[in-house]
Design a binder for this molecule. Sequence first.
Ligand SMILES: [Zn+2]
Length: 466
Amino acid sequence: MALRFYNTLTQQVEDFAPMRDNTVRMYTCGPTVYNYIHIGNLRTFTFQDVLRRWLQYRGYKLDHVMNITDVEDKIIRNANAQGQSIYDYTAQYTQAFLDDTATLRLQRPERLAKATDNIDVMVQNIQELEKGGYTYQSEGSTYYRIANFPEYGKLSHNDFKGIKAGARVDVDEYEKADARDFALWKAAKEGEVAWDTPIGRGRPGWHIECSSMARKYLGDTLDIHAGGVDLIFPHHENEIAQAEAITHKPFARFWIHSEHLLIEWEKMSKSAGNFYTLRDLLEKGYEPEAIRYLLVSVPYRRKLNFTFDGLNGARSAVQRLRDFKLRLDTGKFAEGVDEQIRVAAERARTRFEESLDDDLNTAEALGSIFEFVREANIAMDNGEFRAGNVAPANDLLARFDSIVDVLRPSEKQGGLSDAEIEAKIAERTAAKKARDFKRADHVRAELLEAGVILEDTRDGVRWKRK
Ligand SMILES: [Zn+2]
């Protein structure tokens, strides 16, 4: 079966291949840099990371553009309140975004495009829309006349027949099913950042930013445009109206949207007190790999219910995989190949690949790996696992980790603390006393992996950092 994705535009699962030369031209809506990103944002960005990695696994090259929205209502308000320029204000959150996504091991898109670096491109696009008769002016602002684009609503599958012609809105986000003419260009207001351009003094709306930059970097038709479901309307609907009114070509062949993240089945909000940034979770002591695992584990089209139980479960799942990897690397196995395990590894690989080809079914893909780990662990316990099974098992884990990327522990600042090392040594000593040498060796290997070398002396155990 071919690689396939659910396309929001057609509401069908469709076979995917890029339009030309093996390169996937992809645009994803990036952050509005006025705050630290929260776990809901991270769900979307992690889904896009899995999408990127799976396309690469399947042999495609990527040309992925992500915008950085660094001029918008909230940014202007917050920067003004703090007496900063929008450039200084957004620089700190742009850096925080890059740091946080790197912590979660999200691949950096090939190109990051800042809105404020591309004002001229947006102005050109607005001028082209003007020429086509899709715009009108009011009090210095330029609006998109959606009544002139009959296909409006085709992405969100909303029926906008009853819309009031000429009703318009100045904010970038508004209620579903309330289609209105939206601002392409907002007239300068007292105390707001503005640019002097042929279409007047002002600043761009959010929607024109994305469609203009997508066209500039990737051409008239994208292979994939992705984002969270909350962007389908009005943002992506408006992007289509802007781009296709100019080019008369499909703006994107595939529209791929990830579902919401909920906290204990509730919508996350600052007022409800269930609002978590990545930094909040790290401060609580969760490692990035557990957070990443949790976000990857739920297929992107299902709602993800975030709970701390779930996060603890993710943490032990990661640990189980690392324990297995360690056993594989340090175990002593008899020569030969166990046929059952050989077949199990092949089966797991096939199921893993078929699951991800199937619209990125990550839950099924993880299931295939854990089934293999369970079988292999039992075979090791029974002495059936053979030296010839090690390489295929490692190959399977490497394939899994090229997508899920949780096996390697993040380097903590300074590694394990002295107290943590002493606690591990005490655990090993207790295991030796109980004649549980397997456990003792395991702890020693764990410490070695963390860069700590043990030395057994007559005076007890000495340790040092590598
Ligand atoms: Zn966008």
